[in-house]
Every structure is written in structure tokens, then in C-alpha cells.
Write a protein that binds this ligand. Structure first.
Ligand SMILES: [Zn+2]
Length: 490
């Protein structure tokens, strides 16, 4: 397609759409429709011709970039048993984009869901970077003392990027050092203007590479200037402002509601019913990070506006953290305590395979990891789903499950194309409690042995882990992850 021929039409459409932008657009951000620039895609320029003056008085008490970097490394030293610190790249002005990973096995790959929090996407929205350091320190301080902290540390990998835009923060403005709005810099599904790699900013590229490397199940970016949990889609096909849900609309509404309802007052919003909003209904944006994550990373991302004021007084930051604490923890716990989880194996080799999983009736896929073949599918509890696993070169397999409040563990063993799919293992191998699950019939003895060995090792591991954990925290923990999942194998 000759994009350059379409561009004037698209610009006109966008001009008309943005003429009706509400004032709140400054939160996720607007753009300057009068300046599409000869060298820059039109949707990435900034609205703020005259950004509000950020005074030294407003900034007092917030961590500088150097102080934040020191805080990240101090955390890494203090909590080295449950964390590692790594960089995903550098900003335009060569500031390292530091990430804290929190897990009981922070340097290892595990068959567990991964979540990322990203703060300070916009340089002039600094609350997120402060709150994320509170979150990291709270998890460290409460691991093995608080059941929710322990659940999160032991059963998922949490990655925290306190600032995506340190240059914008230092410059006291919204964009990065090139004055590009990073939340308009991602490839867009509707308009291709952002798809030229030469224009992509280093901070954006770092996020995109990160999403390709890690197997994120879900994520959230933190913003300021409003109080609402925003979910896809962020844009519409015709640029008009209306509700435009993605295939997982119900799932996203559920996730956004978990955040909103757990918040001190987000769900009481007079502006947003229940404290949540579809992005395109609020105001359409293009090139946003949220939709790109869902489409290209299979990662369910929310855009969270966590403070009505972009620069609240620094002494209010601990209160804002308290208002968001249970929201953050419950959103993370949702990945563990609900949804469908499992692994996909090849029947002929017994090895895990990076297949994909779909829910019938929802036009989206999540992929299994290449290391363990594990997948993690968030869905709304209390409904029946037909779960379909597939992989090129293998026969698709599906089963119906009733997903109650707790998570379901559902493993798939796929037969290669050209085999008859007959299986010979007894029904209860693999712990199947599902009426619709098929009998296992495995032709080759080595697979049977493999499964037996894996089962024995897994049992030993679980017994060992349970004993170790109970020694450490038997009086403190109220529940454990392993007891939360209902196992099914297909
Ligand atoms: Zn923002």
C-alpha cells in the first residue's frame, strides 16, 4: 500500500476527531494536529504548546534520576534474595532504563506468569516512578510475612521499570529528549504512520525488544492527571470517539475493575462509571503502548491513571501509594489465582512446545513459552470456556472447562500431524478431573517413562518446596498457590 498517498486523508480524519478532544486528553496525552512535521509521523507531536510551568517547589521531595538509580541499586542489594536489577537499554541522553525483577528465583526461567509495571512514560507524570519503588520495597519487606506478598513473589515474575522516560523527567516535560510522546511511538494497528523503524525512539525500541524477550502475561503503565483504569482499544478505525472493544473486552473490563474496585476511591469516580474506561471512548490515540502489547506481545496491558494531579506534593506520595497498594497487589494476584494455566507438550517427543491457546469465541491467542511450553490465559471467572491448543505440525486439541473463582491448570499433549491420536495411558494419569477430558493414549514407551519421571520429580519438588516454605512461614501463610489451581490435563 502506498501509505504516503493515504496520509493526507488520514490526517484530515484525525484533525476532525481531535477537534473534539476533552481537556482530560492531557493525561494519556493529545497531539498537535496542526503540525504533522515533514520528518515525523503526525501522531507523535505534542499538544502542549505551552506546558504548565513545573516549578522547583513542585519537584521538591521527588527523587531525581540519580536518586532513583541509587534507590534501584540499593533495593537490589537489600533484597538480593528475591530480585535482580537489569537494564533494557538507554534513553536518548544515555540514561540506563533499569528494571527490578522480583521473584523467589529472579535469575531463572520458570513456568510462571510474568507481569511488568512501567512508570513515568510521560516525563511530566512522575507519581508512577515513586509508587513503583514503594511497591518493590513493600514486597521485599513483606515476603514470608504477608500471604499476598508471598504468593506474588513465589508464583510469578514481576518486572518493574520505574521510569521509561528519565530524560523527559529531567527536562520537566512530557516527551523524551527528542520531544516525542513515547505513548504515540509504537506501531499502530489502524494507521501505518508509525511503522518506520528509523523514527522509533530508543526508549520505545527498548520496550519492544523487552516484550519479545520476556513472555509477559500482562502489564500496566502508570500515568497521572486522572484517576481511571483504561483498557483497549485506544484507537478506532475511523478516528471517531466511541466505545471500541478488543476481542478480550470482557477480560480487560474484569482486569480494570479489579484495579478500580481495590483502589481507595477510583471506582467512585463521577466521570468514569466504575472507575474504568475504554480508551477509544475516552479519546482515541494512535501509536499507544497498550494496544501494541496486546496485539504483538500477547500481553494484556492496562493504562492506569493513578493520580488526579500530575505533581502532587511529595509528602502526599505515601498516601497515593497506600491508595493504590491493594489495586496493584490484587491485579498481580489475579494472574495467579484465576484464569487458565498449563503447558503444551508434543506427544511424540514428550518435550514442551511453544504452541498457542485460544478460547473459542474470542479472536485472540496467547502463546506458550519456548522454554517450558507454559501458557497463562486470563479470563473472567464464573463461566464455561472451550480452550483450544494448537501448534503448526500438530493436531489441534480442545476441551471445555468450567472456570470458577480459582485458577485451572490445563495441560495439553498434542499429536503430530499424521498420527491417529490414539492414547493408551489410564485416565487418571496427569490428574484429570475433567469430564470432557479425553483418555491418554501414548504409543511410545519412552513418553510414558518421561511422564512418569516428570511426575515423580514434580511430586518430590512440590513436597520439598512445601516443606521448606512451611518451615519458614508455617504460621504466617494462609494459602499456597499449589492448592489454588484445579488440575486438568488434555
Ligand atoms: Zn501519561
Amino acid at each position: 500500500m502506498a501509505i504516503s498517498h493515504l496520509q493526507p486523508v488520514v490526517i484530515l480524519l484525525v484533525l476532525s476527531a481531535f477537534a473534539s478532544l476533552p481537556t482530560q486528553a492531557a493525561a494519556r496525552g493529545g497531539h498537535d494536529p496542526l503540525d504533522d512535521g515533514a520528518h515525523e509521523p503526525f501522531s507523535r507531536k505534542l499538544l502542549e504548546d505551552k506546558p504548565p510551568q513545573i516549578t522547583e517547589e513542585m519537584v521538591r521531595g521527588y527523587m531525581s534520576n540519580a536518586e532513583l538509580e541509587a534507590a534501584v541499586h540499593a533495593f537490589g542489594s537489600r533484597c538480593s534474595n528475591i530480585s535482580r536489577v537489569y537494564s533494557i537499554g538507554k534513553s536518548v541522553n544515555h540514561f540506563q532504563l533499569w528494571v527490578i525483577e522480583i521473584s523467589d528465583k529472579p535469575r531463572q526461567r520458570e513456568a510462571e506468569p510474568a507481569f511488568k509495571f512501567i512508570g513515568n512514560v510521560h516525563g511530566d507524570e512522575p507519581v508512577g516512578r515513586e509508587v513503583l519503588m514503594h511497591l518493590a520495597n513493600w514486597l521485599c519487606d513483606n515476603y514470608l510475612k504477608d500471604s499476598l506478598a508471598t504468593l506474588i513473589v513465589e508464583n510469578m515474575h514481576l518486572h518493574i521499570l520505574p521510569t521509561m522516560n528519565p530524560d523527559g523527567f529531567a527536562l520537566r516535560w512530557r516527551g523524551n529528549a527528542n520531544n516525542i510522546d513515547l505513548n504515540r511511538d509504537f506501531p499502530d494497528q489502524f494507521f501505518s504512520v508509525n511503522n518506520d523503524i528509523d523514527y522509533r525512539q530508543p526508549e520505545t525500541r527498548a520496550i519492544m525488544n523487552w516484550v519479545k524477550q520476556e513472555h509477559f502475561t500482562a502489564s500496566a503503565s502508570l500515568h497521572g492527571g486522572a484517576l481511571v483504569a483504561n483498557y483497549p482499544w485506544d484507537g478506532t478505525r475511523d478516528t471517531s470517539k466511541h466505545y471500541y472493544g478488543c476481542p478480550d473486552d470482557k477480560t480487560f473490563r474484569h482486569m480494570a475493575s479489579v484495579y478500580s474496585r481495590s483502589h481507595y476511591n477510583m471506582s467512585l469516580s463521577k466521570e468514569f462509571e466504575g472507575g474504568i474506561t475504554n480508551g477509544a471512548l475516552w479519546y482515541p490515540i494512535y501509536g499507544g503502548m497498550q494496544d501494541w502489547n496486546y496485539i504483538h506481545g500477547g500481553c494484556f496491558e492496562l493504562t492506569l491513571e493513578i493520580s488526579d494531579t500530575k505533581w502532587p506534593k511529595a509528602d502526599e506520595l505515601p498516601v497515593i501509594w497506600e491508595h493504590n497498594r491493594m489495586s496493584m497487589l490484587n491485579l498481580l494476584a489475579t494472574l495467579i489465582k484465576s484464569g487458565v494455566h498449563g503447558r503444551i507438550f508434543a506427544a511424540d517427543t514428550g518435550r514442551p512446545i511453544p504452541g498457542s491457546v485460544m478460547i473459542k469465541g474470542i479472536d485472540s491467542k496467547v502463546s506458550a513459552s519456548s522454554t517450558f511450553g507454559d501458557y497463562h490465559r486470563i479470563v473472567v471467572p464464573g463461566e464455561t470456556y472451550e480452550v483450544v491448543a494448537s501448534m503448526e505440525g500438530f493436531q489441534q486439541k480442545s476441551t471445555r472447562i468450567m472456570l470458577e473463582q480459582e485458577a485451572v491448570n490445563l495441560d495439553f499433549i498434542l499429536d503430530p500431524d499424521g498420527t491417529d491420536g490414539q492414547m493408551k495411558l489410564p485416565r487418571n494419569v496427569g490428574g484429570c478431573h475433567c469430564d470432557n477430558a479425553k483418555l491418554f493414549h501414548v504409543e511410545e514407551a519412552h513418553l510414558w517413562l518421561y511422564l512418569l519421571i516428570v511426575s515423580v520429580l514434580l511430586t518430590l519438588y512440590l513436597v520439598f518446596k512445601r516443606k521448606t516454605a512451611s518451615r519458614l512461614a508455617s504460621r504466617l501463610l494462609t494459602y499456597r498457590y499449589s492448592s489454588l489451581r484445579r488440575p486438568v490435563a488434555v
